[in-house]
Ligand binder design. Structure first.
Ligand code: UD1
Length: 417
């Protein structure tokens, strides 16, 4: 297993480029199952979850290639089973359920287990697909789905604007017979990117990016070329890194308009953000001050930025609170940040941060993807050496993070444990 060593204390300065969005690429890869013909994707980040998705596509009967950041996929001979060995390593595998039902009228997908940040059930995915005519049985840890008469368009109102649920339903509805209306749908930009990709393949989707999405089912979808959107969470992570190290970064290929809630809060805390022709310029605009944050579905403050934002609050003077409303157990980074000297109290789903205390390097352990990112940026701001173990989590979501951070002045390297 690898660990990352960060020698902190210096400012980050220079240009840093954002990669393609993992959370857009994952559903888009699963949507390749729907196409008759070859799909070509650009700006696909080279991450562990992407390799896992390609492996899954191969198992499900696609021919794939991955060259640089370009992926091709051709669904030549589909089979309906997604095995546990793959699903257990990546929850997003469950996104093949909708496409398989739509194309094969059957699917056998391992039920994803719990994960570090909470129970994360898939009941809303199944409930929606049932409304479209699918029937499910749970046996031996697998979801066995069938829809003998084919999927039919349906009017579905989500109990909660689930990102994955909306994506699964969007893919299924694209090839269903008749019209589907998805209400209280997720408005995340990655859902919109998936819908735009499906439209490029010939789907008829309108309303993506709003909470009511309409899908007019079509008989078939064809191959196409598509460029995956840039990663807003990666960009937001670098914004936090610039602020806490008192540096100045120009973030290239930054999806700034998708980061409104994050940039609003950063400004409130004393960070200068400026959109230029070449990217978004980020630096401190004076001393950092504490604020309060509540995570919400998009366009609210993203849960995927919560851990990194906590580090900014640790470096700010005054107190602030972070309320986590999306996942019930997403505060595992708190105890690790405490090892670096942070003063954070947890009460239920709220963390109270008393900022302004210096951080000092220490050995810490990554527990999930965004928690790992928070420990890396905390290490950049801390005095001395921080050793982060279990960084395989980080490799699921940040392309070339050491190279990118080294390129803007960080002292960071990888070692075998
Ligand atoms: C996606 C993102 C993840 C992000 C999350 C919220 C991907 C691959 N992952 O995850 O990075 O943190 O959105 O922005 O895109 N829920 C149910 N039943 C369901 C589905 C969800 O109860 O059937 C609950 C979950 O347990 C969770 C909440 O709804 O508490 C949000 O989940 P959801 O929006 O579905 O997130 P994911 O698609 O899993």
């Amino acid at each position: 297993m690898d660990k990352l060593i960060v020698q902190g204390g210096g400012p980050l300065e220079g240009r840093i480029r954002v990669s393609g969005a993992k959370n857009a690429a994952l559903p888009i890869l699963m949507a390749c199952l729907l196409a008759e013909g070859k799909v070509e994707l650009g700006n696909v980040p080279r991450l562990r979850d992407i390799h896992t998705s390609l492996k899954l596509l191969e198992i499900l009967g696609c021919k794939t290639s991955f060259d640089g950041n370009d992926v091709t996929s051709d669904a030549v001979a589909l089979v309906p089973e997604a095995p546990y060995e793959l699903v257990k390593t990546m929850r997003a595998s469950v996104l093949c359920l909708g496409p398989l039902l739509a194309r094969l009228r059957e699917a056998r997908v391992a039920l994803p287990g719990g994960c570090a940040i909470g129970a994360r059930p898939v009941d809303l995915h199944l409930k929606g697909l049932e409304k479209m005519g699918a029937k499910f049985e749970l046996a031996e840890g697998y979801i066995n789905g069938t829809c003998n008469g084919g999927l039919k368009g349906a009017h579905i109102t989500f109990d909660f604007p689930t990102v994955g649920g909306t994506e699964n339903l969007l893919m299924a509805a694209s090839l269903a017979e008749g019209e589907s209306i998805l209400e209280n749908a997720a408005r995340e930009p990655e859902v919109e990117d998936l819908a735009n990709f499906l439209n490029a393949m010939g789907a008829k989707i309108t309303g993506q990016g709003t909470s009511v999405i309409r899908v007019e089912g079509v008989k078939s979808l064809k191959g196409c070329s598509y460029r995956v959107m840039p990663d807003r969470i990666e960009a937001g992570t670098y914004m936090c890194a610039a602020a806490i190290t008192d540096g100045e970064l120009l973030i290239e290929d930054c999806p700034y308009q998708e980061l409104d809630a994050v940039s609003y809060k950063l400004r409130e805390m004393g960070v200068w953000l400026e959109e230029t022709d070449e990217g978004v310029l980020v630096r401190r605009d004076g001393p950092l001050v504490g604020t309060d944050v509540t995570t919400q579905p998009h366009p609210g403050f993203p849960t995927d930025m919560q851990a990194q934002f906590m580090v900014v609050m640790c470096m700010a003077s005054g107190a602030g609170t972070i309320e986590e409303k999306i996942f019930e157990n997403r505060f595992m980074h708190v105890q690790e940040l405490a090892r670096l000297g942070a003063d954070i109290r947890l009460k239920g789903r709220t963390a109270m941060v008393r900022g302004g205390k210096p951080l000092f390097g220490a050995p810490v352990m990554a527990s999930d993807l965004r928690a790992s990112a928070s420990l890396v940026i905390a290490g950049l701001a801390a005095e001395g050496k921080t050793e982060i173990s279990r960084i395989y989590h980080l490799d699921r979501g940040y392309e070339n993070i050491e190279a990118k951070l080294s390129g803007v002045g960080a002292t960071i390297w990888r070692e075998k444990e």
